[in-house]
Design a protein around this ligand. Structure first.
Ligand code: CP
Ligand code: NVA
Length: 304
């Protein structure tokens, strides 16, 4: 049987992605009830980090522990990867020792090469181009608050970055419309936009994107690895701030999401995270439950 990976949302069928949401909700309920549920006993997750993380590291590490397994934190600084050992060799070696691997790295191509040489499932824990695990959490969060997102309208404000690209994939997989408001020159991946042209709309106008939207989401103006561009980006993105005033244009029951970490006074106004429409803390928590569902699915298949 060929090994399945989760490099983008497109690696899973829409029905499988719906299953992950429902399974994440079920695993959340198990955790809340205090039930001990350890289907991944004696399994080991390797976590390779070439960039910083709070949520991703803690949610994967806690999630694996809660499911009965163990997680290894591998910083590229402390492994041979950081000293130039080829990803192909690292993949072959690690996948003989552990059961599942997650990687946070820069180039998406590095992740693809790693997966190609891995005999065990590989999970994308963020690359420069995609952040699919965050979308599992976002979609679970939307479902918990408002039910199915099918047929709804989502507004993405700001950078056409890894999160935005994953929202484009989500629009296709979960069947919603996506309006992206970004400054010229900061659009999402061109090939992806062309592939999903039927369901995405790109504009420079925040109001045009947000009007009537059921969900408004944003992210930082400068992602990890773009620190040197921060000043130029701050100037280009200055008008692209989500605030309670902007949310007035959205649907009356619209939700607001941000993958975090956030910069108050930049992509969000000072009070935006505390606004009644903000579900960012549920969204962050759901990283744990959604990824437990993901790991269980990759290692044990469907359990319903
Ligand atoms: N949202 C997210 O991936 O957060 P971390 O960078 O803290 O993992
Ligand atoms: N776009 C951000 C997301 C962080 C979770 C980054 O890549 O830094």
């Amino acid at each position: 049987m060929t090994t399945r990976h989760f490099l983008t949302l497109q690696d899973f069928e829409p029905a499988e992605l719906d299953y992950i949401i429902q399974r994440g909700i079920a695993l959340k309920a198990k955790q809340a009830s205090g039930e001990i549920y350890e289907p991944l006993r004696a399994k080991v997750l390797a976590m390779i980090f070439e960039k910083s993380s709070t949520r991703t590291r803690v949610s994967f590490e806690s999630g694996m522990a809660q499911l009965g397994g163990q997680a290894l934190f591998l910083s590229s600084r402390d492994t041979q990867l950081g000293r130039g050992e080829p990803v192909e060799d690292s993949a072959r070696v690690l996948s003989r020792m552990v059961d599942i691997i997650m990687i946070r790295t820069f180039s998406h191509e590095t992740l693809e090469r790693f997966a190609q040489f891995s005999d065990v499932p590989v999970i994308n824990a963020l690359t420069d181009d995609y952040h699919p695990c965050q979308l599992l959490a976002d979609m679970q969060t939307y479902y918990e608050h408002r039910g199915s997102i099918r047929g709804k309208t989502v507004a993405w404000i700001g950078d056409g970055n890894n999160m935005c690209n994953s929202y484009i994939n989500a629009a296709s997989s979960y069947d919603f419309k996506l309006r992206v408001a970004c400054p010229k020159g900061y659009e999402p991946l061109k090939s992806l936009c062309e592939q999903h042209a039927d369901r995405i709309f790109i504009t420079e106008s925040l109001e045009e994107a947000v009007t009537g939207a059921d969900l408004v989401a944003t992210d930082v103006w400068a992602s990890m690895g773009q620190e040197e561009e921060a000043k130029i980006r701050a100037a280009a993105f200055k008008p692209y701030q989500v605030s309670p005033a902007l949310m007035q244009h959205a649907a009356p029951d619209a939700l607001f999401m941000h993958c975090l970490p956030a910069h108050r006074g930049e992509e969000i106004s000072e009070t935006m995270l505390d606004h009644p429409c903000s579900v960012v803390w549920d969204e962050a928590e759901n990283r744990l439950h959604a990824q437990k569902a993901l790991m269980e699915f990759l290692l044990n298949g469907r359990v319903d």
